[in-house]
Design a protein around this ligand. Structure first.
Ligand code: BES
Ligand code: MN
Ligand code: ZN
Length: 514
């Protein structure tokens, strides 16, 4: 799919379709009004007859509108103008894209990017438009023997901005959006891939392929023997019950100053989580192929960072394992020694994410990181607490919390903070080891983060629990979401701007000459 931005009059566009908004109740948007004028009231007479109320989700496709050069004009309901916020804008945009795709317009000029969205500027509207277009048209059909082909698919969209002055910003936004969308697509494809194909070694191969595409991106993979030698006792305890060998995937993106401390991402890569000996109920267990979505998000974000050539050093660590029961599997009550030297009593083998993460988090110390951010489908408790809309965010450093919350708000991929108070640490005390891997039902998203916090004392750290947000399991919409690639990439873009934006000039002292 090709995207462009431009500034120009709607009636002058020689294209398959011009897309404009209509507000509820039957009120033309500014651009629609212009088409109405050149067509001598063509649109307003149609609205008067009651063909379109302007509710979000409604569309009306018109052919041969007088005074215009386009083959078609697509009217898109936008709801009440005063109520047009982030979500409504994305819904309206998605509806427009879907309609274009299904009605034979292979290219279009879309003016919905000129709508007034509360508190949002042109760059934001263009970015969200492109990301929405990508996710609306996403299909995962790699494993279907017969693909459903659209006869005349949408190939190219030009998004309009109101003035030429904004074109520079819009183009920058468009570039960012496309790279973010491609990163999210990589994360979705990996997430949707079933566990029999997407194994720890498969993830490692995908990481190598990605690094082959970028000079500044390199990849190293630690094998089971190497992990044993180095003492990854907690990680190895999880993979023991599986015939799939574990991997630690290490990606390094170097495009900052040589001595800039890196930003380190750690992504949970459990390619299937049966629970192990503490086996899960069979209902919906297929969902647990998505238990590597944290790792997939790390790959997607590293891809976006490299494509955007961000002037940063970024490291991605993906501990990848499969959690299965077998005669060789770890048992409840087993005690293992983690890479940090701390001993862990494994009271529940289904709390495996924290076991692979804690060793990867200890390994992250080697990089003397600026910050470490882990991303994991870690707890059912987080799904109960926040549902599918917000990632859970817990951190030992307030400025990092704020940076991530802001990146979430700006990218439309939001996180919500949960408390990482000491009070909760009590729940993971063990009678026989330094720490237990479970803390009971109460506040389980928090006690899971408390467990991780014991391995992150040496640096600034944040944890994103994406159990509720990484994939959807609704009847209608099923599959990986690609989140939090937009949040993490926005965070990196924000960090790059800190690096490259020159400090403000010293204040000019104006001396009054009189
Ligand atoms: N991968 C699961 C968490 C999960 C649950 C993700 C539902 C997505 C949807 C994780 O490994 C797990 O099993 N967590 C347990 C921990 C418990 C045994 C302490 C949980 O949250 O129930
Ligand atoms: Mn589990
Ligand atoms: Zn899991």
């Amino acid at each position: 799919m090709e995207f462009n931005t431009k500034s120009g009059h709607p009636e002058k566009q020689r294209t398959a379709c011009v897309v404009v908004g209509v507000y509820e109740p039957r009120r033309l948007s500014e651009v629609a009004r212009r088409i109405d004028e050149v067509s001598q009231g063509h649109l307003s007479s149609i609205l008067r007859r009651g063909d379109l109320e302007g509710k979000p989700g409604q569309t009306l496709l018109l052919h041969n509108v007088p005074g215009t050069l386009a083959d078609r004009v697509l009217l898109v309901g936008c709801g009440r103008e005063r109520e047009l916020g982030d979500n409504q804008y994305r819904k309206v945009m998605a509806q427009a894209i879907r309609t274009l795709h299904e009605t034979g317009s292979m290219e279009a000029v879309c003016y919905l990017t000129e709508l007034n969205v509360r508190g949002r500027d042109t760059a934001w509207r263009v970015r969200q438009a492109i990301e929405t277009a990508h996710s609306t048209l996403y299909v995962f059909d790699q494993l279907k023997s017969k693909k459903e082909n659209t006869r005349r698919p949408l190939r190219k969209i030009v998004f309009s901005v109101a003035s030429r002055r904004e074109l520079g910003l819009a183009e920058q936004a468009s570039r960012e959006a496309q790279k973010i969308a491609e990163g999210a697509r990589l994360a979705k494809d990996l997430g949707n891939m079933p566990g029999n194909i997407c194994t720890p070694s498969y993830l490692a191969d995908q990481a190598k392929t990605l690094c082959g595409l970028h000079e500044k991106l390199t990849c190293k993979v630690l094998t089971e023997t190497q992990l044993e030698k180095q003492g990854f006792g907690a990680l190895l305890a999880v993979s023991k019950g599986s015939e799939q060998p574990p991997r630690l995937i290490i990606l390094e993106y170097r495009n900052g100053k040589k001595n800039d401390a890196p930003i380190v991402f750690v992504g949970k890569g459990v390619t299937f989580d049966s629970g192990g000996i503490s086996i899960k109920p069979s209902k919906n267990m297929d969902e647990m192929k998505f238990d590597m979505c944290g790792g997939a998000a790390v790959l997607g974000t590293m891809s976006a960072a490299a494509e955007l050539q961000l002037p940063l050093n970024v490291v991605g660590l993906i501990p990848a394992v499969e959690n299965l029961p077998s005669g060789g599997a770890t048992k409840p009550g087993d005690i293992v020694t983690s890479l940090s030297g701390q001993t862990i009593e494994i009271l529940n083998t289904d709390a495996e994410g924290r076991l692979i993460l804690c060793d990867a988090l200890t390994y992250a110390e080697n990089y003397k990181p600026e910050v470490v951010i882990d991303i994991a489908t870690l707890t059912g408790g987080c799904v109960v607490a926040l549902g599918k809309h917000a990632h859970g965010l817990l951190s030992n450093h307030n400025p990092l919390t704020n940076d991530l919350l802001n990146a979430g708000k700006d990218s439309g991929d939001r996180a919500w903070e949960l408390p990482l108070w000491d009070d909760y640490q009590e729940q993971i005390k063990s009678s026989f080891a330094d720490v237990a891997n479970v803390g009971g039902r109460e506040g389980s998203a928090i006690t899971a983060a408390c467990f991780l916090s014991r391995f992150t004392k040496k640096y600034h750290w944040a944890h994103l629990d994406i159990a509720g947000t990484a994939y959807l399991f609704d009847k209608k919409e099923k599959g990986a979401t690609g989140r939090p690639v937009p949040l993490l990439t926005q965070y990196l873009i924000d960090r790059s701007n800190e690096v490259t934006v020159a400090p403000p000039p010293p204040p000019v002292v104006v001396v009054d000459e009189e």
